[in-house]
Structure formats: structure tokens, C-alpha cells
Design a protein around this ligand. Structure first.
Ligand code: SAH
Length: 346
């Protein structure tokens, strides 16, 4: 039978304190339990050793602690680890640990499936099944941090919201998860080391700017020409480049933080001179850098990575205009853990 008990981590600290007061205990008890739940990531009430037995039993009667489970784990030759993560309701998302010399990065999912329809992305084919809760995003970071310490002997340094899903279509929960990841009551990580990657939802970018968030913003641009962008990212019809541009200007005016554009160059799609020119022009709107991402094939050969000559053309043109450009090599490709491959074959 499905449990009707409420997930205790859906409660804010204030709500938890209230709960204890209403049950004739001290508000302070709420702080203690909150710390066990988040900072210590406990999965059972029983393990809360500074809480009396009666209180633990009372919690047990009222709540559950939903938590994720590593369902499968694949290790790549390059040290990348891809996890299949089972949620409390049996659905599965993926989270990836990406180690490099200088840092270890967790790539986390924000939705089961995705609400957007990018033609080149494996996750898009799943459609959106549901949003992840804040604790489900938080727990992915906890799991990856443990793996980083265990297999690479160092703690996690960075987090990117580049796994499954569109973070800005699950805005509230993503923000709440970041609040807990950065809070001393949670993991105490720095927001400067967190990047939220979006395909570009103008209204939400403005909202983030208004809320003065402290993390970094990456935008999956892939084309600065509406017609081309709509053909590969159909939702661009509703969120055209003009609106995206305006929201990014707003973001920069409010936060003074540069934006990263993610960009894949495909053969016959965005490898023409005018594509490059459009990108160079787009880059003039706000301070930014461009990450050219290697294309990770997802199946039928509809999309092919452009030639090295075409990519070099992009690089030289961007550099000529003093735009910083990095070429991002894929990690974990042999285990389908690279960008856009999550959900491929699973
Ligand atoms: N929805 C968010 C985050 C998830 S996708 C976003 O769109 O940014 C993370 C990154 O992988 C995005 O830049 C996306 O465009 C890119 N991507 C998707 N499929 C890809 C593929 N097959 N090869 C390379 N990059 C891909």
C-alpha cells in the first residue's frame, strides 16, 4: 500500500519547528531534526541519536524520509561515472561525476525526462514525466560527492545543472535545492561553483536576475538565427532570440555576471559563414564566453558533428572579435554519460 505519510523534507525549517511546537515540544527540536535531514543526510529517524525514542516514533508515524538510490553505476575509461538514480516512486534519472585534474563536477538532473524538444538530445525523447523535488536534486549531489571522495580521493568542487531536464521549467525546486546545497545547514558549497544551464526561458532568466541569485548561468544557444534555432530547438518559436537577448541583458544589468553560451556545430546545420557572423553579433550583447561542445551522437545520424575546419572557423572568428572560446571535449562518451546522451539506450 502506498504510504500517505508526508515527505518530511518537503517541510521548511520554520514548518518543522512549528510542527514540534504544535506537538508540545520545543521549536529547537525542529532545528536538530532539520540538521539530521539535510546536513547529515540521514535516511532513517532511528539514526537521529540526539532525539528521544518517543519523538523518533512520533516522527515515524507522521512522516517518511524519501531518498534516492543508486540503481546502476557505470565507470568510463576517463574516470567519469554515470549513475542511474532510482527515485522513491521508481522513476529513474541520471547523474554524472566528471573528474578533471583541477576539479570534480557533478552533473545533476532537474526533471524526469524533459519538457523541451531539442532534436539532438536523447532526454527530449522521454518527454517530461515529472519535476524533481529539491531533496531529490540535493541527494544527487550528496551521492556524487561521496563517489568523488571514494574513487578520486577528493571532494566535489562544482555542480552543473546539465543532466536531464530543463532547470528553469522546475524553477522553484531547483532554487530550493541550490539554497540547501549552499547553506551551511546543507552542504555549504559555494554558489560560484554552481552553473544552471538553460535552453533559454526569458521570463525565468529575468526572475532569477530579480532574485539576485549568485550562481552562474549557461545558455544552450546552438544558433543565433531564429530560423535555424527553431528547426533544432522548436520551443524557440515561443521564446525567440529577441526575447532571449533582452532577458540576458536584464540578467547582466542586475547581476554583472557574464554568461556562458553552449554551442554545438553541426554539419549542414549551423556551419555556414552567416551562422558564425550571427553568433559573433549575439556575443556583443552581454559579456560572455562560448563553450563549443563536441556533439555526442544519439542515434540515427540526422545530426553530425561539423568538420574540424568548420569548428576552427568558429574559433578564429570568435577570437578575432575578442570573444573567449573554449572547446569542450566530451567525457564519459563510452558509457553514454556525455551531454545529451542521458537516457540513451536506457
Ligand atoms: N535543458 C538544459 C540542461 C540540460 S542539456 C539546457 O538545455 O541547457 C545540457 C547541455 O547538453 C545543453 O547545452 C544541451 O544543448 C547539450 N546537449 C544536448 N544534447 C546534446 C548532444 N547530443 N551532444 C552534445 N550536447 C548536447
Amino acid at each position: 500500500m502506498k504510504s500517505k505519510k508526508k515527505d518530511i523534507r518537503a517541510l521548511s525549517k520554520a514548518q518543522l519547528r512549528d510542527f514540534f511546537v504544535k506537538n508540545g515540544d520545543k521549536a529547537f527540536r525542529g532545528n536538530q531534526v532539520y540538521e539530521w535531514l539535510w546536513n547529515k543526510s540521514l535516511h532513517t529517524f532511528e539514526a537521529m541519536t540526539n532525539i528521544s525514542k518517543e519523538t523518533r516514533e512520533m516522527l515515524e508515524e507522521n512522516f517518511v524520509i524519501n531518498h534516492i538510490k543508486v540503481d546502476s553505476m557505470q565507470k568510463s575509461n576517463d574516470g567519469t561515472i554515470k549513475n542511474g538514480i532510482k527515485l522513491h516512486d521508481g522513476l529513474v534519472v541520471e547523474s554524472v561525476l566528471i573528474p578533471t585534474e583541477k576539479r570534480t563536477t557533478a552533473c545533476v538532473s532537474s526533471q524526469v525526462g524533459c519538457s523541451l524538444d531539442c532534436k539532438f538530445c536523447a532526454t527530449a525523447r522521454l518527454k517530461r514525466m515529472r519535476n524533481l523535488n529539491p531533496d531529490e536534486i540535493y541527494d544527487q549531489v550528496v551521492v556524487i560527492d561521496k563517489q568523488s571522495r571514494l574513487y578520486h580521493n577528493k571532494k566535489l568542487t562544482n555542480i552543473v545543472f546539465m543532466g536531464m531536464g530543463e532547470p528553469l521549467m522546475n524553477y522553484k525546486n531547483v532554487l530550493k535545492s541550490i539554497e540547501m546545497i549552499t547553506s551551511p545547514e546543507g552542504l555549504g558549497m559555494s554558489s560560484k561553483r554552481i552553473t544552471v544551464s538553460t535552453s533559454g526561458v526569458p521570463k525565468m532568466i529575468k526572475k532569477m536576475a530579480d532574485e539576485e541569485v549568485k550562481f552562474n548561468l549557461a545558455v544552450s544557444l546552438h544558433s543565433a538565427i531564429d530560423e535555424v534555432r527553431t528547426s533544432i530547438m522548436p520551443f524557440n518559436t515561443n521564446f525567440p532570440l529577441k526575447d532571449l537577448k533582452e532577458s540576458l541583458e536584464y540578467w547582466y544589468a542586475k547581476t554583472k555576471r557574464a554568461i556562458t553560451y553552449e554551442y554545438v556545430v553541426w554539419d549542414g546545420i549551423n556551419d555556414r559563414k552567416e551562422d558564425i557572423k550571427a553568433l559573433v553579433d549575439f556575443c556583443k550583447y552581454v559579456p560572455c564566453k562560448v563553450n563549443l561542445i563536441e556533439y555526442n551522437p544519439i542515434d540515427d545520424g540526422e545530426f553530425q558533428q561539423a568538420s574540424n575546419a568548420a569548428i576552427n572557423n568558429y574559433i578564429s572568428n570568435l577570437e578575432m572579435h575578442d570573444i573567449t572560446v573554449n572547446v569542450r571535449r566530451s567525457r564519459g562518451k563510452d558509457i553514454d554519460a556525455a551531454c545529451g546522451q542521458l537516457a540513451n539506450k536506457s
